[in-house]
Write a protein that binds this ligand. Structure first.
Ligand code: PMV
Length: 319
């Protein structure tokens, strides 16, 4: 028996990092996905082949696993414990996005793995259980994680998420034209989130105020999106980027891409994701020559332009 599921990556329009401290964020699924194919084995081994690396381990030893495919192994471990069922499997992972770039690939692979593995072990899982267990995977691997990435990866669309308060779909019936610029990341999400945590511990009053202000930007951002006020969305992205920089999560390459994109005509630009390298999003006016200028600006400093569209699709079963 073979099964295949896929989940989308995401961009954070507003609010990354602050969401870890209970503030809201607005996040959109994108039309770049991670695909997880699985088939049952006759023994107790897990064999994974991915774009990045491969691994072969006994299902009875997964709790000691420390390798690069940790999100996949952790998803299987958590689901096995949760259901009391386990099976050996062959897994193939493909990603349409760069891994560890701030695009939520770890959440996407966790969610698609949980969906596929529950089918393999014959457990009838609900969509909200998938989202909940996916968050548990991120928490156990990273130590700290909000529900943002795993929620959007499961449900798709654009969402306003305030942890423990609300998860609200924002309906966008017009195009918000983003250009995504990618540069190799120096540090992973766990490192960046812990860096902000230390900053918070040592400067609580100041950092709390910054988080609070990011929360306000998210509220204004939601209004601007609903009012189709693209200029305002751009302005708020710029302010959000400045505050992320003040948290120490931007770097020279990200700032260069952000400033050059703005100079080339972007209405706003900010880093997206945990930072420390990775991705920026630039909001473009509807003008082809300005779009080309923004792409050229990103490429002029070694960034890669990844064409994206916002997507309504969340977790889905593939044929
Ligand atoms: O860089 P990514 O795609 O892993 O996104 C991380 C988002 C943070 O807000 C920084 C952390 C979180 O758990 O929400």
């Amino acid at each position: 028996m073979k099964v295949k599921f896929s989940s989308p990556g995401k961009i954070t329009l507003f609010g990354e990092h602050a969401i870890v401290y209970g503030r809201p964020a607005i996040v959109s699924a994108i039309n770049k996905r991670v695909y997880v194919s699985m088939e049952k084995r006759d023994d107790d081994f897990i064999k994974i082949i991915s774009d990045l690396s491969s691994d072969f381990i006994s299902i009875n030893e997964i709790s000691n696993y420390k390798g690069s495919l940790i999100y996949i192994i952790k998803a299987i471990e958590i689901l096995s414990k949760y259901t009391g069922r386990k099976k050996g499997v062959n897994i193939i992972i493909n990603s349409e996005m760069p891994i560890s770039a701030g695009l939520g690939t770890s959440a996407a692979v966790s969610i698609a793995t949980i969906a596929a593995y529950s089918r393999i072990i014959d457990y009838n899982i609900s969509i909200s259980e998938i989202a909940k267990l996916g968050h548990k995977v991120e928490l156990e691997v990273q130590g700290i994680a909000s529900i943002m990435d795993t929620t959007i990866s499961t449900f798709g669309g654009t969402m306003y998420i305030k942890p423990n308060v609300t998860i609200e779909k924002i309906k966008i019936d017009y195009e918000i034209p983003f250009i995504l610029g990618y540069i190799k990341r120096e540090y992973n999400t766990a490192y960046m989130v812990n860096k902000v945590k230390s900053l918070m511990n040592e400067n609580k009053e100041i950092i709390e105020k910054i988080m609070e202000t990011i929360g306000l930007i998210v509220e204004e951002g939601k209004k601007a999106i609903l009012e189709k006020n693209i200029e305002k969305i751009g302005l708020l992205m710029n302010i959000n980027h400045g505050l992320l920089d003040s948290l120490g999560v931007s770097n020279k390459e990200l700032n260069d891409m952000v400033y050059l994109a703005r100079k080339a005509g972007a209405l706003g630009a900010k880093l997206t994701g945990a930072g420390g390298g990775g991705c920026i999003i630039a909001l473009c006016p509807n003008n082809e020559s300005i779009k080309n200028n923004i792409c050229n600006a990103i490429e002029s400093i070694g960034g890669k332009v990844i064409p994206i569209l916002l997507s309504e699709e969340g977790l889905k079963e593939e044929d």
